[in-house]
Write a protein of this length. Structure first.
Length: 399
């Protein structure tokens, strides 16, 4: 029987790993804080429309734009400096609305997609270097699977912590404060990474300026699109509750429950149990949104969503590792990051695109189309996984 292989903690949590794990979380929190004012800004100054979806698509294109140069950069230059310099650019981009706000507002049609593209490009480069190289370099070979697994949880928690912090700041301060805090979190991540010492490594004899190393794992295409489909549903759910701090607080509880379930419920369960359980939990949350309008649903839905996506995300990061060859671990981590992040961004864009304009006297939920499309996508994801992806993975895994 194929069972789970959840990592156990064996002397991983050293000083350097703690610093990199928290840097990973702070960096992502800063970027997700910025995401909270993009929809309102686009709606206010361009009337919304297609600009919503194109802003998120530009972000996704940006995520992929620098990946092909990642391997060349980390070998040609000091790998930690590549990450640190990317963080400086991300900081500047996050803080730029404070100094260039009027310019952005007057030229929002092209400046917003450009800002999103550049943010995606340098955030993607920083994250790929951090996940594919720096986290792996700070631990011994037997600990690397656990390091990837644990670092991904810090990244996953930031998905709820970043928006939650932004919404709390909106409540007690203004947008300018939130912008400064988001840039400050990235600055703190810069400091933490600077405190870690990385030995110099001689680059390979033949360096290619563009390569898939540390970028994309072509053999993982089925896992990539399966995870993309799941995280698009998560992004659509986030679009529905984009201004609801309670949603992100209870989403965090769902993630915590998923982490506990990984250790105590699914330790020796069948290999596909986490994915199937996670999708069923997400389906249950969507059915609750479609059939029940009570206030209690607003607490249950994010918990089920966080629990489901937490189980799926933690299982898939191990799938990507086991699908890769020995020298492709870093590439598998970048591929996982791109699938996860792209799905959330595309889901957010699609969710805002599907929302109905509320007409006077109309009682229909404006987010009804979002629930229906997300539910259909979840059902499709479950059928595809059980019918194809899981069997495909068992045939192609290398570890």
């Amino acid at each position: 029987m194929d069972t789970q292989n959840t990592p156990v903690h064996i002397r991983l949590w050293n000083h350097d790993f703690w610093l990199l794990a928290f840097a990973n979380m702070l960096l992502t929190m800063g970027v997700y804080m910025q995401m909270m004012y993009v929809p309102e800004w686009v709606k206010q100054y361009s009337g919304g429309g297609d600009m919503q979806i194109w802003s998120w698509v530009a972000y996704v294109v940006g995520l992929f734009s620098m990946g092909g140069f990642c391997s060349f950069l980390v070998q040609k230059y000091r790998r930690n400096r590549v990450c640190l310099q990317s963080l400086i650019v991300v900081m500047a981009l996050l803080a730029s609305p404070v100094f260039l706000g009027a310019f952005y507002k007057n030229n929002v049609v092209w400046t917003m997609p450009l800002l999103r593209f550049l943010t995606g490009a340098f955030f993607g480069l920083a994250q790929m270097v951090l996940a594919s190289t720096l986290v792996i370099d700070c631990c011994e070979a037997p600990q690397r699977t656990e390091a990837n697994y644990s670092a991904a949880w810090f990244y996953r928690f930031s998905l709820s912590l970043g928006p939650l912090l932004a919404l709390m700041l909106f409540r007690f301060a203004d947008m300018k404060v939130s912008i400064w805090v988001s840039a400050g979190l990235v600055a703190l991540a810069f400091v933490l990474i600077s405190l870690v010492k990385f030995p110099f490594r001689t680059p390979e004899d033949s360096l290619h300026r563009f390569s898939l190393d540390r970028f994309l794992l072509p053999g993982a295409w089925a896992l990539f699109f399966q995870l993309l489909l799941v995280t698009m549903v998560l992004g659509m759910m986030m679009s529905v509750f984009f201004t609801c701090a309670n949603f992100f607080a209870w989403l965090m509880l769902g993630f915590l429950l998923a982490l506990l379930a990984e250790k105590f419920v699914f330790m020796n369960a069948e290999l596909q149990s986490e994915m199937v359980t996670g999708l069923l939990l997400i389906m249950a949350s969507l059915l609750l949104m479609l059939t029940n309008s009570s206030d209690d649903v607003m607490y249950i839905v994010p918990v089920l969503t966080g629990l489901g996506t937490g189980l799926i995300g933690s299982r898939f990061i191990l799938f990507f590792i086991k699908l890769s060859d020995h020298c492709q671990r870093g590439t598998s981590q970048s591929t996982y990051f791109l699938a996860w992040e792209s799905g959330i961004a595309l889901g957010l864009g699609l969710g805002f695109q599907l929302v109905r304009e509320q007409k006077p006297g109309e009682s229909v939920d404006p987010w009804l189309d979002v629930y229906v499309v997300a539910l259909v996508m979840t059902v499709v994801a479950l059928v595809v996984y059980v019918g194809f992806t899981h069997k495909w993975y068992l045939r192609h895994k290398n570890r």
